[in-house]
Ligand binder design. Structure first.
Ligand SMILES: Cc1cc2nc3c(=O)[nH]c(=O)nc-3n(C[C@H](O)[C@H](O)[C@H](O)COP(=O)(O)OP(=O)(O)OC[C@H]3O[C@@H](n4cnc5c(N)ncnc54)[C@H](O)[C@@H]3O)c2cc1C
Length: 326
C-alpha cells in the first residue's frame, strides 16, 4: 500500500516519538515447534503507546492507530527490537542513548557512534497486558536464524532489551461485508490479533501457509471466518492451479501455496477488507493480483512484506521502501 502523506498529526507523532524503552525478559514459552514466545516487561512500559492516541491522521479505518478509549491494548501493532552488536549489551546501548539524548533514534547517531548502532528487527505484539506492563512477542524459529531469532533462543529471564514502538495498528475495516486474511508463520501473530478484534458476526477466509503442520494452532476467531492451513506436504486442502513460471521460482513453498490458494478462492460479493503479510515476493504477487486482477481499491487492502527470502532485515528495508511493500 502506498504510504499516506504525513499530515500535521503524523508529523507531530513522529517528532514526539519516545526514546527506546529498556525492558526485561520475563519468560519464554514454546507456542509450537516453530514459534517461540518471549514475554517482555518492566516499568518502562508505563504509558506505552500514549503518544499514538488521538484522531487517525488519514481517516482510514484500515490504518487507524487505535480509537480513543481503546488505546490501552496494542496487540497487533509492531515494535522494533534494538539488538546490541557483538561486545555490547542492551544496558550499554541504553546508557549510550541517555548520553546522546538529542538523538533518541539511535539510527541517527553521529558517525562516531555508528559502530555502536544496534540492529533493528520488527515483531508483532501478540498480547499486551497493560495492567502488568507486559508484551508477548512470537518469534519464528526460521532456519537461517538471524540476530533476532538467535536473541530469542538465547534470551534468559531478567535479560534486558531495548524496544521502540508501538508502530501504527493496521486494523481491518470492520464495516466491510467480508474479510480476507493471508500470511505465513511470521504473520500468524498479527493474523491472530486481527481475528480476535473482528466482530463475532464477521465472515470470510483466512489462509495461513506454514512449513510444518506441527505449527498449526487453535485460533480464536468468529465462526464465519473459515481458517485454512496450507502446508507443503499437501495435508491441507489442495487449491486449484499450481503457480508456475518466474513467479514460482522466487517463492518459498508456503508462499506458492498462499498465492495459489488466494487466486483460486471463491470471491464473495460485497466489499471486502483484506490484510496480507509475509514473505515479500509472495506478498508482492498477491498485491498485484488484488490490485490488477480483482481491481481492489487501495483502501480495501493492506499488504506488507514482513521479510524477504535471501535478505536480512537490514538489506530488505531499502527494497521494501522502493517497492512500497509496507
Ligand atoms: C510489521 C512486522 C511485523 C512482524 N512480526 C513478526 C512476528 O511477530 N514474528 C516473526 O517471527 N517475524 C515477524 N516479522 C518478520 C521479522 O521482522 C523478520 O523475519 C526478521 O527478518 C527476523 O529477523 P532475524 O534477525 O531473525 O533474521 P534476519 O537477520 O533479518 O535474516 C536472516 C535470514 O533469515 C531469513 N528470514 C528472515 N525471516 C524469516 C522467516 N520468517 N522465515 C524464513 N526465513 C526468514 C532472511 O531471508 C535471511 O536470509 C515482522 C515484520 C514486520 C515488518
Amino acid at each position: 500500500m502506498k504510504p499516506s502523506m504525513p499530515t500535521d498529526d503524523t508529523t507531530r507523532r513522529r517528532r514526539s516519538r519516545p526514546p527506546p524503552r529498556l525492558l526485561q525478559v520475563i519468560g519464554k514459552t514454546e507456542v509450537s515447534p516453530g514459534l517461540l514466545r518471549v514475554t517482555l516487561g518492566g516499568q518502562a512500559l508505563n504509558g506505552f503507546g500514549a503518544e499514538m492516541k488521538g484522531p487517525d491522521a488519514d481517516g482510514s479505518d484500515l490504518e487507524a492507530p487505535v480509537a480513543a478509549g481503546t488505546a490501552a491494548n496494542w496487540a497487533g501493532a509492531s515494535v522494533k527490537l534494538l539488538l546490541p552488536q557483538a561486545g555490547q549489551s542492551a544496558d550499554d546501548l541504553h546508557r549510550q542513548m541517555l548520553q546522546t539524548q538529542s538523538t533518541p533514534d539511535l539510527a541517527r547517531a553521529s558517525a562516531s557512534d555508528q559502530l555502536q548502532r544496534p540492529l533493528k528487527r520488527t515483531y508483532t505484539i501478540r498480547h499486551h497486558r497493560p495492567q502488568q506492563n507486559q508484551l508477548d512477542l512470537d518469534f519464528v524459529l526460521h532456519e537461517a536464524a538471524g540476530p533476532a531469532t538467535l536473541w530469542a533462543i538465547n534470551a534468559t529471564a531478567g535479560q534486558s532489551i531495548l524496544v521502540t514502538g508501538p508502530g501504527r495498528l493496521r486494523l481491518l475495516n470492520t464495516k466491510a461485508d467480508w474479510f480476507l486474511l493471508a500470511g505465513d508463520l511470521s504473520a500468524l501473530p498479527v493474523i491472530s490479533c486481527q481475528l480476535e478484534r473482528l466482530p463475532p458476526t464477521a465472515v470470510g477466509k483466512v489462509f495461513v501457509a506454514i512449513e510444518h503442520k506441527l505449527d498449526i494452532q487453535r485460533l480464536a476467531k468468529p465462526d464465519g471466518m473459515e481458517l485454512v492451513w496450507l502446508v507443503p506436504d499437501r495435508n491441507s486442502i489442495t487449491p486449484g492451479q499450481p503457480v508456475t513460471g518466474a513467479v514460482a521460482e522466487a517463492l518459498t513453498e508456503p508462499g506458492k501455496l498462499l498465492l495459489d490458494a488466494c487466486r483460486n478462492m471463491r470471491w464473495r460479493t460485497g466489499t471486502p477488507s483484506v490484510f496480507m503479510a509475509g514473505e515479500a515476493s509472495c506478498i508482492r504477487s498477491l498485491r498485484h493480483w488484488l490490485a490488477n486482477d480483482r481491481n481492489l481499491p487501495a483502501e480495501q487492502r493492506y499488504t506488507a512484506g514482513y521479510w524477504a527470502s535471501g535478505h536480512d532485515e537490514d538489506s530488505f528495508q531499502p527494497i521494501k521502501m522502493a517497492h512500497q511493500l509496507v
